[in-house]
Design a protein around this ligand. Structure first.
Ligand code: FE2
Length: 366
């Protein structure tokens, strides 16, 4: 049946050639003929041939001009063109191929050779179309996969953000609960967080404690330092809200807040997979009252045995206590507080950290 056959358009101004070509081709293919380029373009308005056999030497529009016009239009660009040439000069052949023809056949042609070459080209064209379709499918799948990945990434980012937001809110609530019971003037947690940040930033810029700085996460440290006094939750109001200085026994009771804080965070740590945040929080809670000379509490650690973050919080905590009003004392000025911390260099505080504190102490007073 003709409609199952592939369509070939034969273009030649020589009617005898058209007839000869048709005779050879029509057994295997549907054949349409055009005696000029103009007729070819007429035919192309309603037909989409599988191949065009195009004569080069034609009056008016020759084969080269015709193929240029075919290649210039998107709807005819991909139709394979084979030139029919009466000449044998290689210039012609090369010229035709460079314009986009897939082959050339010299006239007068030998029917079996013509049929074979057409068959090969049609087969190649079919394979090209299959590959193109497969490439199209692959490209589409790649785009779909990329979109899927992007969406997944967005979902993960959103979920992670939600978890971090929740963590932040819970943390602030815990810290505020302690502050509400303990702090008369308020703002201790926020201020110490600010002092810790200034000290961490200065330490980061310095040459000191490189090993400790290798894998620290400043953002997480600043979040977790808010829990340094969480153990005060266990201390009675009679001590926390006492409008005067604590006596020896009361102070001993108060000192328990570092061990209790360490224990509370340790228990949360056992119940969750969270690691760094709670690890830092536990260090802040447990070691912020240790002293460089070993006279602090609750473990009585000395020097570099005291975790670095505890030593940092010790300076921030004491500075804040000094500049704040207490029921039993007035607030010290910034300058007095700096002087007292300097006096404790190498006694209560890590000397390296006191030096760094002195470099940035002006920022504490902004
Ligand atoms: Fe404390």
């Amino acid at each position: 049946m003709d409609d199952e056959k592939k369509l070939i358009i034969l273009v030649d101004d020589n009617l005898a050639n058209l007839q000869a070509g048709t005779n050879v081709l029509e057994e295997k293919y549907a054949v349409a003929t055009a005696p000029s380029a103009a007729k070819l373009f007429n035919l192309l308005e309603n037909n989409n041939p599988d191949l065009i056999l195009l004569d080069i030497e034609m009056p008016e529009m020759n084969g080269f001009e015709t193929i240029k016009a075919l290649k210039a239009k998107p709807e005819t660009r991909n139709i394979p063109v084979i030139f029919l040439t009466g000449k044998t000069e290689s210039d012609n052949e090369l010229g035709g191929l460079s314009l986009g023809a897939i082959d050339y056949i010299t006239k007068p042609f030998q029917p079996p050779l013509l049929l074979k070459r057409i068959e090969v080209h049609l087969l190649m064209e079919e394979q090209r179309k299959t590959l193109e379709a497969q490439r199209g499918t692959l490209e589409k799948q790649a785009v779909e996969l990329k979109n899927f990945n992007n969406n997944l990434q967005k979902m993960v980012e959103e979920k992670t953000k939600n978890v971090l937001d929740l963590q932040d809110v819970l943390l602030k609530t815990m810290a505020e609960m302690v502050e509400y019971r303990d702090d008369i003037t308020g703002g201790h947690i926020e201020r110490t967080q600010r002092w810790v940040k200034i000290l961490l930033d200065q330490l980061e810029k310095s040459e000191f404690y490189q090993t400790e700085k290798n894998d620290w996460d400043v953002e997480l440290l600043l979040q977790s330092c808010q829990l340094h006094d969480v153990g005060k939750i266990s201390i009675g109001d009679n001590i926390l809200k006492k409008p005067g200085k604590l006596d020896v026994d009361e102070f001993e009771e108060m000192k328990k807040h570092t061990a209790v804080g360490e224990e509370i965070i340790g228990r949360i740590e056992e119940l969750t997979k969270e690691s760094d945040f709670l690890k830092y929080a536990k260090i802040f809670a447990a070691s912020h009252h240790e002293k460089w000379d070993g006279t602090g509490y609750h473990k009585g650690l000395k020097g570099n045995d005291i975790p670095l973050f505890g030593r940092i919080m010790a300076i921030a905590d004491v500075y804040d206590a000094l500049i704040s009003v207490r029921p039993y004392k007035e607030a010290f000025s910034h300058e007095e507080a700096v002087k007292i911390i300097l006096e404790e260099r190498g006694k209560q505080f890590d000397p390296v950290l006191v030096d760094l504190f002195l470099e940035v102490s002006k920022e504490f007073n902004l």
